[in-house]
Write a protein that binds this ligand. Sequence first.
Ligand code: NAD
Length: 248
Amino acid sequence: MKKFENSIVLITGGSGGIGAATARAFINEGAKVAIADILENEGEELASELGENARFFRLDVSIAAQWEATVAKVENTLGTISILVNNAGIAINKPILELTEEEYRKVIDINQVGVFLGMKQVLPSMLNATNGAIINISSLAGFRGTSRGSVAYSASKFALRGMTKAVALEMASKGIRVNTVHPGLIKTPLTMKDGRDEIINHLSTGIPMQRAGEASEVAKLVLFLAGDDASFSTGSEFILDGGQLAKL
Ligand code: NAD
């Protein structure tokens, strides 16, 4: 039997990058996967490529009513959600003096409020089943600022650590584990848009392992945290960054 054969997984931001790699990895381990994203064409294409155990659902994570409708649809079509991967995220990298209030709020709404809404929406079923795992995708920017102008992004990613610990403690005796994952530089559309692979190459030279990570490497850590292999881990932070945080 495959590791996640009885699991129903909802992955936000699942249409591309780390979310898509995670969807693929769960499907390979027998799970049923709901890919939830605002990118419809990419999400539908991925779902049909992954086969009958994958479905696409349009969801803007910053809107509570859409969460409510999506979770109801997923549970009607696939079954009770046992694993939630809060992965959807955006970055607006600008110095504080250039970043508008509207832009700041947009990043917080998607990266932080979206995770709050997601946890709130799936927890009732998980509590009912006394079983569940939530993985919130933060970042190295959840531990430090960056020189690229990350006031909003870092604020949102720091927040996920606190939210995760608070909810993990509430759920610790109820069979539900909640953890954060902190990727360093990973090759995805987020970091490679506008021909930015040169930036990746340049940035990678500051990484002790001298390369960017692959989305599939993040997926492996997410699957570890979602499954029984991580049965004693909750409220914790899991870093994969090629050694970056080890440096002063
Ligand atoms: P990506 O841009 O490839 O994927 C993000 C996905 O989120 C996209 O499919 C996008 O459509 C979706 N999304 C954006 N706004 C949304 C919304 N309002 N509702 C639903 N979906 C929405 O980026 P990625 O690199 O795969 O990033 C995934 C997560 O990993 C993000 O939270 C990001 O902050 C985090 N992360 C990425 C890196 C990296 O180097 N790539 C590093 C650290 C953390």
